[in-house]
Design a protein around this ligand. Structure first.
Ligand SMILES: [Zn+2]
Length: 392
């Protein structure tokens, strides 16, 4: 008689970096039934259906991307989440306003369930999200696009899928005449739905302090390290006092790097003045030709190269976003009982360069190169191969 294996999967020999548990040490990790079953110095691989040797590699909780665009097929610029996320060690992606109250059901019912990556959403304050971006550049020039009650009802009716509301303070989406009104509407949606507000601040037509006034604890200032006018620094490259005040009251400073929304000099000045990003995120989308957007593994590497310690950069990509979403008891850590989402990286050593919006290169010696991604306790991606698609 054969006995059933105790575990579905065991990773052996790797170094676990799990900031939520305060672990940065050699550990074996076992998964069963979709969750983390055991974390120990040694776990017998004979007890596992599948074991993977991770000797010399770095194991982290599955990365969480707080700002991406995953309404694949719904927007021209949205990416295929499994190809982008799983290949970068990312197991949870949050769509930042690709859809609004009028067009989110197809994202919830057809697009997200067709992926293995855990996908969650912020709804756009515009009723159609980014669907009209190519024609109207962000779409709030006509304020009839905003329906506060419908948007807040949609968010309230979808707990576990909708986590807040997104608004874009960018000159191609709003102008000085209606930016405050759009902020008031987005604030009202967040308050009525009892969730949180994510604001795109790069390229704002109104002063940044005006925007920050609308944000409270847990609200998200996304593209926080952009180098456009009205960024977080004053003309002497010092953090503006209103930015400090916002951070002190708990406003989240999120990277959302994209191709043009993060300036190395701004980020470095912020780091030097004790204002690191709360969260590292991609704003991943299909960019226009000639523009580079980075996936999570490269952004963790880039901010590590900029001076964040590896535990700080990993915390900003795992435990910090989990807490902001109120999901810290399920994701963002590999403590026993948590969701079985993990990333395994080779720590490549060499001379690497990461670009930014302003033509500055950030150089670094270490790059996290994804070796394996575990989602729900199963190997979902390994060395260039997507192993199973989600169920349609
Ligand atoms: Zn975005």
């Amino acid at each position: 008689m054969t006995t059933a294996p105790a575990y579905d999967l065991v990773l052996t020999g790797g170094t676990l970096l799990d900031p939520a548990q305060g672990i940065h040490d050699r550990r074996d990790i076992a998964f069963k039934g979709g969750v983390v079953a055991e974390v120990a110095t040694r776990i017998d691989t004979a007890t596992a259906r599948i074991s993977v040797d991770a000797t010399g590699k770095l194991i982290t909780p599955g990365l969480i991307d707080l700002h991406g665009h995953f309404y694949h097929g719904g927007n021209a610029s949205a990416v295929h989440a499994d190809q982008i996320c799983l290949s970068s060690g990312t197991t949870t992606g949050i769509d930042a306003g690709s859809a609004g109250c009028l067009n989110y059901p197809a994202m919830r019912d057809y697009v997200f369930p067709a992926h293995r990556t855990r996908l969650l959403a912020f709804l756009h304050v515009s009723g159609v999200g980014l669907a009209n971006n190519a024609l109207l550049g962000g779409g709030l020039h006509d304020m009839r696009m905003i329906d506060v009650d419908r948007t807040s009802d949609a968010i309230k009716e979808n707990p576990g899928f909708c986590f807040g509301v997104k608004v874009r303070m960018h000159t191609n989406a709003v102008a000085a005449w209606n930016a405050h009104e759009a902020m008031r509407a987005a604030r009202a949606v967040a308050d009525q739905s009892g969730t949180r507000l994510m604001v795109h601040v790069s390229g704002t037509p109104i002063p940044l302090p005006d925007v920050l006034e609308f944000l409270g604890p847990g609200d998200i200032c996304t593209h926080a390290f952009n180098g456009n006018p009205e960024n977080i620094l004053d003309r002497n490259f010092k953090i503006r006092p209103e930015v400090r005040t916002a951070v002190d009251r708990g406003v989240i400073m999120d990277v959302a790097h994209a191709g043009v929304h993060c300036d190395v000099k701004v980020a470095q000045a912020a780091l030097e003045q004790g204002l690191p990003p709360t969260t590292i995120s991609t704003d991943i989308h299909n960019p226009p030709p000639g523009r580079t957007v980075y996936k999570m593994n490269d952004l963790v590497s880039k901010f590590h190269a900029m001076g964040m310690t590896l535990p700080e950069a990993v915390a900003a990509s795992t435990s910090a976003p989990a807490k902001i979403l109120g999901l810290e008891s399920a994701i963002g850590s590999l403590a026993p009982g948590m969701c079985g989402d993990a990333a395994v990286f080779d720590m490549r050593e060499g001379n690497f360069k990461w670009m930014d919006m302003a033509g500055n290169n950030q150089e670094g010696k270490v790059r996290l190169d994804t070796f394996l991604t575990v989602r729900g306790g199963q190997v979902a991606w390994r060395e260039g191969r997507l192993l199973e698609m989600g169920e349609c």
